[in-house]
Design a protein. Structure first.
Length: 301
């Protein structure tokens, strides 16, 4: 699915497809593609082969956009990939397309402006209805389930908006309602500023995203994403000592712009040969690994 979206965004830059299973693909292995035919790769692949595929591509100086999360069996493999990319002046970029969602960008600018004052609490909900698809997948219904899938998006959003990299996250709730792996998880962190509450599920039969940021001088809210639109951003300014706040509401109904915007961003990084930095990916892995183990344990209890 992601490969088709990335190919559409690449447009005329597209050279060839690689897939060991799909008979319509041009090649079965990335090693079969003549290196002189391409400068960069869009690695829309399961977690298992990511390190091996990236090592091959970066070792040949090829730029890589890899679908989130950048997962490795050992933490030291991520700095090794970073060093390999830098050595060969190749860009290794982990795709988190929601960073290009219009209301995500507006939330980031709102928070950076200081208009809300001290931020107290942020809660996010990300849900889709893919439980059955995941259960029927040959590789997705295992491990921590929904946590690395949707939770990686939410944790990356925390980094995008707040720059915070907390380490005290805990699992408040985890269940395997329909799947072998957890399909509904709630995690939180109290030591950060703001306090964080992140909920993710594969059991939301209408795909949905919500965010509520509560702060000293008001609050900010997002309802839905462009791909599931309409999507609404609401900024409320507090009235003291109490009362109904003033509201600035923006609603968008438009096609999902994030794939094209992220591809343009990746292409610009490649053209400038921006030095690869995988510190965010390492933080995400170090955060997700113990959370995943905890989620599996809580779900099984």
């Amino acid at each position: 699915m992601q490969g088709h979206k990335r190919r559409a965004a690449a447009g005329a830059d597209y050279v060839a497809s690689v897939d060991p299973v799909n008979a319509e693909a041009d090649f079965k292995s990335v090693k079969d593609v003549p290196p002189e035919r391409y400068d960069a790769a869009l690695a829309c692949i399961p977690d298992g082969p990511k390190v091996e595929v990236l090592e091959y591509l970066l070792g040949k100086g090829k730029h890589v956009l890899v679908e989130k999360p950048l997962w490795a069996n050992r933490d030291d493999e991520i700095p090794r990939l970073e060093a390999l990319a830098r050595k060969n002046r190749a860009v290794c970029y982990t795709a988190y397309n929601h960073r290009f969602e219009p209301h995500y960008v507006r939330m980031q600018k709102t928070l950076a402006s200081g208009v809300l004052g001290k931020v107290y609490h942020c809660r996010m909900f990300y849900g889709n209805g893919t439980a059955r698809l995941v259960r029927d997948s040959a590789w997705r219904d295992k491990g921590a389930g929904v946590l690395p899938d949707l939770g990686s998006h939410l944790l990356d959003t925390v980094n995008f908006w707040f720059g915070a990299m907390p380490t005290d996250f805990d699992v408040h709730f985890a269940r395997c309602f329909e799947n072998r792996s957890p399909d509904h998880v709630v995690i939180g962190s109290r030591k950060t500023n703001p306090q964080l509450e992140l909920e993710m599920t594969l059991l939301s039969w209408r795909n949905h995203f919500t965010c509520d940021v509560f702060a000293e001088k008001g609050s900010a809210h997002i309802r839905s994403l462009c791909k599931w639109g309409p999507t609404t951003f609401t900024l409320r300014k507090r009235v003291l000592p109490s009362g109904r706040p003033s509201e600035d509401v923006e609603t968008l109904e438009q096609p999902d712009p994030t794939w094209a915007l992220e591809y343009a961003h990746f292409k610009a990084l490649c053209q400038k040969r921006v030095e690869t930095d995988l510190s965010r990916d390492l933080w995400l892995q170090k955060t997700l690994r113990p959370l995943g183990e905890r989620a599996v344990s809580v779900a099984a209890a």
